[in-house]
Design a protein around this ligand. Structure first.
Ligand SMILES: [Cu+2]
Length: 150
């Protein structure tokens, strides 16, 4: 019996760390959705909201929607270097997935009236005041924002 218990203990010691590694796949969590509008119908040069607060270790689905009538970029080098990207997903008009882009993402350009989902897990805390639209004149006109990762 003693030998059996020791055997069970050894098995538990060997198996438990493996299962906790599987449970720690942070990219498989239920995503927290955050919607950000780029521009608006009056063609304002803005991100709404312009302050995005995130928490390291959580999975986010950042929905970027261009509500204006010109192309816009969502660009933040600070954010790009502080997250693990699971995917960028593009859906059709009915919300059915059309494409998933994998790998690290630096910026996303959205066409008027369309949206994209950026799924990522922040891995590093920081304050990034570098959110902007990289189309000439847009950030100067107010298309800037701030991202905080706690
Ligand atoms: Cu823009």
């Amino acid at each position: 019996m003693k030998i059996f218990l020791r055997f069970v203990t050894i098995i538990c010691v060997l198996v438990v760390p493996v299962s906790s590694v599987v449970a720690a796949d942070l990219s498989k969590q239920k995503p927290i959705e955050i919607s950000v509008a780029l521009g608006d119908k009056e063609n304002a040069m803005s991100f709404t909201p312009s302050l995005i607060e995130l928490e390291a270790g959580k999975l986010y689905k950042l929905i970027l929607e261009n509500k204006g009538n010109t192309k816009h970029y969502f660009t933040s080098p600070g954010l790009a270097q502080a997250v693990y990207t699971r995917k960028v997903q593009i859906n059709d008009g009915n919300g059915k997935p059309m494409a998933e882009v994998k790998g690290s993402i630096n910026e996303i350009e959205i066409y008027p009236g369309h949206k994209a989902e950026w799924w990522f897990v922040p891995v590093k805390a920081g304050v990034f005041s570098d959110l902007h639209c990289s189309i000439a004149g847009h950030s100067e006109a107010g298309m800037v924002g701030k991202i905080i990762i706690k």
